[in-house]
Design a protein around this ligand. Structure first.
Ligand code: PGA
Length: 256
């Protein structure tokens, strides 16, 4: 099964307008063709417009969160309809920072996932255990709960179209990457869950990224693993040269 790699940068709450412009002008024409690799940058919401306008043929723009309601009295939130009207193609959902600091639950993630699909925005759904859970051998229990709830009520076709990012919380922003074997084992486990609750075909089609301290030095090894179809990259995605390098690492995997 040939799954197209997807490299997504998660800028979190970094970059001003000028910094984002500098990045996009440098990167937009220097990433692999979209027929080979999907390349996405997920930025703060007010940057959407200036990024979408300059994204180039092969680079796509994503948001870092959205609300599940169509519209309403939800001060500070972002609607799927608004993102769609700006031609934003992707949205990160259920990032561990959203779960931790903004108290997002598995149920919220499920509702947001359905809303994103409704507005034809491709969701990148984050799951992963914290250090205590890893040390207590609860990693698979956490993945079981988060993945099953996230995709509850989705059709097989919808499940095939989403991206899941396995992001162990202890590896995010810490410089401690999971070993390629550990990351692949967890991504393989998630694929098995999709097979169990949806279908073999869905499990072969769905793309699963690894995220957590991915950088130009470790990306090749991570992408060489059978169940890892790309990366969700925080800190190292802020540097245009590092970002371009990592998209090219994904292209090298395709060409192997
Ligand atoms: P990091 O962040 O690459 O800086 O560890 C990854 C993420 O939070 O998506």
């Amino acid at each position: 099964m040939n799954r197209k790699p997807i490299i997504a940068g998660n800028w979190k709450m970094f970059k001003t307008r000028d910094e984002a412009l500098y990045f996009i002008l440098k990167v937009s024409n220097n990433v692999p063709a979209i027929k080979d690799v999907e390349t996405v940058v997920c930025a703060q919401a007010p940057l959407m417009r200036c990024l979408v306008k300059r994204q180039g043929e092969n680079l796509r723009i994503g948001a870092q969160n959205m609300h599940y309601a169509d519209e309403g009295a939800f001060t500070g939130e972002i609607s799927g309809a608004l993102l769609q009207s700006y031609n934003v193609d992707y949205v990160i959902l259920g990032h561990s920072e959203r779960r931790k600091y903004f108290h997002e639950t598995d149920e919220d993630v499920n509702l947001k996932l359905k809303a994103a699909l409704k507005y034809e925005i491709k969701p990148i759904v984050c799951v992963g255990e914290n250090l205590e859970e890893r040390q207590s051998n609860l990693t698979f229990n956490v993945l079981d709960r988060q993945v099953k709830k996230a995709i509850e009520g989705l059709s097989e076709k919808e499940v095939k179209s989403i991206v899941i990012a396995y992001e162990p919380i202890w590896a995010i922003g810490t410089g401690k990457t999971a070993t390629a074997q550990m990351a692949d084992e967890a991504c393989g486990y998630i694929r098995g869950l999709v097979k169990q609750v949806v279908s073999l075909e869905a499990s072969q089609a769905i793309r699963i990224q690894y995220g957590g301290s991915v950088n130009p030095k470790n990306i090749d090894e991570l992408l060489s693993m059978p169940h890892i179809d790309g990366a969700l990259i925080g800190g190292a995605s802020l540097d245009p040269d590092h970002f371009i390098y990592m998209t090219k690492a994904a292209l090298a995997r395709v060409q192997k």
